[in-house]
Design a protein around this ligand. Structure first.
Ligand SMILES: *Cc1c(COP(=O)(O)O)cnc(C)c1O
Length: 362
């Protein structure tokens, strides 16, 4: 660990690769020999064109996207996508299926309903406080899309494999696990991810959309709310969030060149999550909150015997240079977010701390 930096287990905004942060620091005052910072150059310059095009090209290579897919950068976070998806894709008489696996799915459903769209919630894990991923779901064959949240950041569950939809295109909110593992993109009509969990800073949402979905976009929407506007203008109809896109470019470069692609990334993520869950399961003190076969490899949620101990745990962890371990305010408990950029050493340090804490308090 570098001096003055802590092991960061924040859920989002979250840890970014140190290598990327250092690169930004080094080139911040003079980007690409322009004599200006990346935050001072024109988005219409070739310098920035190179940034956005490289971010897209690397995203395409990492996820093995073919020409059917477009990679877009849109402001408004993942939350705006909750509205943009139904606005753009559901016309008069159309319906869509939604699976409710927690807070973010619930919000996506709510936004579609606010606009009076017809949607069916075809499965939900609300009956057990969203502690699992539903199985054997029947989707409606006439649905325009089936919406899921691939990783439930707050409840600590994740789809280990994606559901069989009988040909209905999947739409996934991958805010907290995009680029954490290889993907079979053919099943997806649209993938979106707020950058600030796993691929960059806040301020931009990556949207990957298939051509046939773009064809559904009605002319009657305001320009800034239409996917086609972003697709036809390389995400630069207006000024894009240049700095956020630049950071995504650097994180994609790190994934390709330092990590070696998503297969390698997935192996590391599996190991980090496995050793942490093993430590939890081996103790009688810590209790995982998600059902075993639905556990997230990104957000590890657990409880201690009581809330006073949880508070002490979070405080003492911070004194030991480990931050961000408090669970989401809506659920309490503890949560260690171990995204791509969280090094193995951080997880090992956390496990040591947990053993120590248990010995003193168990
Ligand atoms: C954080 C998060 C969101 C919300 O993202 P914003 O960019 O803040 O709108 C949506 N979905 C999931 C799965 C998240 O983790």
């Amino acid at each position: 660990m570098m001096e003055n930096r802590i092991y960061n287990f924040n859920a989002g905004p979250a840890a970014l690769p140190l290598e990327v942060l250092e690169k930004i620091k080094d080139s911040f005052l003079n980007f690409g020999d322009s004599g200006m910072s990346i935050t001072e150059i024109s988005h219409r310059s070739t310098l920035f064109d190179d940034v956005i095009n490289d971010a897209v090209a690397r995203t395409r290579r990492l996820l093995k996207l073919d020409d059917k897919f477009q990679v877009l950068f849109i402001q408004g976070g993942a939350s705006l996508q909750f509205s943009m998806i139904p606005l753009n894709l559901l016309g008069e008489g159309d319906t869509a299926d939604y699976v409710n696996t927690g807070t973010w799915s619930t919000k996506a459903i709510k936004e579609a309903e606010i606009m009076g769209k017809t949607i069916n919630v075809v499965a939900s894990s609300e009956d057990k406080n969203f502690s699992y991923i539903p199985k054997n779901i029947s989707f409606n064959s006439n649905a325009v899309y089936a919406h899921i949240t691939s990783n439930n950041t707050i409840k600590g569950t994740q789809w280990a494999s994606f559901p069989e939809t009988g040909g209905v295109p999947l739409i996934a909110d991958m805010s907290s696990d995009i680029m954490s593992r290889p993907l079979d993109v053919d099943k997806f009509g649209l993938i979106y991810a707020g950058a600030q969990k796993n691929i960059g800073p806040a301020g931009v949402c990556m949207v990957i959309i298939r051509d046939d979905m773009l064809k559904r976009v009605p002319d009657t929407l305001p320009s800034m709310l239409k996917y086609t506007t972003y697709a036809s203008k390389n995400s630069m109809f207006n000024t894009p969030p240049c700095f956020s896109i630049y950071m995504i470019q650097l994180v994609m470069k790190w994934l390709e060149e330092s990590i070696g692609g998503l297969e390698e990334m997935a192996k590391m993520n599996q190991t980090k999550a496995r050793i942490l869950y093993e430590a939890i399961d081996a103790s009688g003190f810590y209790q995982g909150t998600a059902e075993t076969d639905s556990r997230s490899l990104m957000n590890v949620t657990f409880r201690l015997p009581d809330e006073a101990l949880e508070k002490q745990f979070v405080e003492q962890a911070l004194k030991n240079s480990m931050g961000g371990l408090k669970g989401h305010r809506s659920v309490g408990g503890c949560r260690a977010s171990i995204y791509n950029a969280t090094p193995m050493a951080a997880v090992e340090a956390l496990i040591d701390f947990m053993k120590n804490f248990e010995q003193k308090n168990g």
